[in-house]
Design a protein around this ligand. Structure first.
Ligand code: XMP
Length: 517
């Protein structure tokens, strides 16, 4: 799938900052489409994209290092507005003839910022005394010719600079992080006041454009979508349905029996009523359980589940043979992570649905490949998917099997599924669904003594895990209110047979992982 056409675009040139993705997200939050491109993208390549603006990201290098990433200097002659952030600010100064001071010492943390020029479009509508977040070593001592200093801090003489005639702007601080409270407004000012963006990148517009592109690409072809129950694949299926209708769409759903409560029913319900399509529902529950019998090792469990998936797909290949395209729910962070932000071929080997025979030669379409997770949720809502699907938390492919320490048996599966349902219900009830990245129950392979009624018990504990995270790479345990924890605990012990104790996992990632296995 091509990038959205007719969309005003801003390009973020990536110089390796950990915050680059965050810049892209903040720009999208201003309803302007933006894409991250590598540092070595040429000015000619940029020009063909006709961006409304360019952002030079931060990065760990110093402009004086021989291997420091540089922008193609011809970008400064394209007549396109540019905003440099941190390293991007230093690089622009350096490349345009300013003075950058190398430094070993870092300025780090919240810093008072004084705006010298309140008329500057970047600071429009903002106070003259602000708090910003700094994290840099080198600093700009003198802006390049044509620029004036628009903001300073106690130790940074050029905290912001502007050359309004060329529409070049630079800021030493990080407007993309939450610790710069006015950062969002500043980015919005750049996008709307400097670049002249309309800000019409909305879920509705995305759906309309994506459908148009899907229709162009697919023509009269048939499309296959493998649905897992998660929001990404459900959104792909719903989008395909909107674009080409149900006649030429086949969804395949393998129920491995390791799903959360109600999930399998939801998939079937959605694709029989809401978006009627040909659904190949494969009930492989017994088969997976059979294969997992007696297996305790986490990696072994994962391997078996992966292999069984492949077998199941192979066996149903005949039913899927009429399809020409495979639509996948690849998201933008995956695209960025795999280094594929350059325009790669639209036809690639499919990797998510292993096991489809190679002679099927399905062409891959990835209609969500430019979206972040929160944007997918907005699109899902726009398409009319139920709220439980829109806000469904990420769920590992091997499902509940990696939340049961030791052997997966029907009884243990039932126990963890029942406890998991309670955790999720209480998180919904407390209105925390949007803040919590993932929350679930884990069944460890131990037992402990308790007393219920007048009876001694020797039963299982359930571990409750709830984390907050931006991307699952790192995570912190969620500070759930005690009342919520109390309700979860009371309900699990009261409602789930075989459980007499509830624990709360207070480990972040790292050093732990989100899942237990
Ligand atoms: P960990 O446990 O490594 O998990 O901190 C990070 C994120 O990845 C999810 N996860 C998986 N997702 N297949 C998936 O599709 C898997 O095998 C798998 N293992 C973990 C996990 O739920 C968390 O969001």
């Amino acid at each position: 799938m091509q990038e959205p056409s007719n969309t005003e675009t801003v390009l973020v040139i990536d110089f390796g900052a950990q915050y680059t993705q965050l810049i892209a997200r903040r720009i999208r939050e201003c309803q302007v489409f933006c894409e991250i491109v590598p540092a070595d993208t040429t000015a000619a390549e940029i020009a063909t994209r006709q961006p409304k603006g360019i952002v030079l990201s931060g990065g760990p290098a110093s402009v004086y290092e021989p291997d420091a990433p540089r922008a193609d200097t011809a970008i400064y002659t394209l007549g396109i507005p540019i905003l440099g952030i941190c390293y991007g600010h230093q690089l622009m100064s350096y490349q345009l003839g300013g003075v950058v001071q190398p430094s070993e010492r870092r300025e780090y943390g919240r810093t008072d910022l004084q705006v010298l020029n309140p008329d500057d479009p970047l600071f429009a509508g903002l106070d003259t005394h602000l708090t910003c977040w700094m994290s840099h070593g080198d600093k700009v001592l003198e802006p390049p010719p044509g620029f004036r200093v628009t903001a300073v801090t106690e130790s940074t003489p050029v905290a912001a600079m502007a050359d309004p005639s060329r529409q070049f702007y630079g800021v030493q601080f990080h407007p993309e992080v939450h610790h710069t409270p006015f950062g969002r407004q500043l980015l919005d000012n750049f996008l709307k006041r400097v670049c002249g963006c309309r800000g019409d990148w909305t879920p509705g517009n995305f759906v309309e454009q994506a459908c148009r592109q899907i229709r162009e690409q697919v023509g009269e072809g048939h499309v296959l979508v493998a649905v897992s129950g998660g929001v990404d694949s459900m959104t792909v299926a719903a989008l395909m349905h909107r674009a080409i209708g149900g006649e030429r769409l086949t969804c395949v759903f393998v129920d491995h029996g390791l799903l959360r409560a109600g999930e399998a029913e939801q998939v079937r319900e959605t694709f029989s009523h809401l978006f009627p399509v040909h659904l190949v529902y494969v009930d492989a529950r017994e088969r997976f359980l059979e294969r997992l019998k007696g297996v305790e090792d986490p990696e072994q469990k994962r391997k078996i589940i992966g292999e069984t998936f492949v077998r199941v797909f192979e066996e149903h290949a005949d039913e899927l043979r009429g399809c020409d395209y495979l639509a996948q729910g690849t998201l933008y962070p995956d695209v960025i992570e795999s280094g594929a932000t350059r325009h790669s071929a639209t036809i690639k080997t499919h990797h998510n649905v292993g096991g489809l025979p190679p002679d099927m030669r399905l062409k891959v379409i990835e209609p969500l490949r430019y979206l972040f997770k929160d944007e997918v949720r907005a699109v899902a809502a726009e398409l009319g998917l139920p709220e439980e699907v829109v806000w469904r938390q990420p769920f590992p492919g091997p499902g509940l099997a990696v939340r049961i320490a030791g052997e997966v048996t029907p009884e243990r599966l039932e126990m963890v599924r029942a406890a998991d349902r309670i955790v999720l219900e209480e998180i919904w009830r407390a209105g925390l669904m949007r803040e919590i990245w993932q929350s679930f129950a884990v069944l460890p392979a131990i037992r402990s003594v308790g007393v219920m009624g007048d009876q001694r018990t020797y039963a299982h504990p359930i571990v409750v895990r709830a984390v907050v995270s931006e991307d699952a790479m790192t995570a912190d345990w969620a500070r759930l209110p005690y009342e919520v924890l109390e309700r979860i605990s009371n309900r699990i012990v009261g409602e789930v047979p075989g459980v007499n104790r509830v624990l709360y996992d207070i480990t972040s990632k790292p050093p732990a992982t989100i899942e237990w296995e």
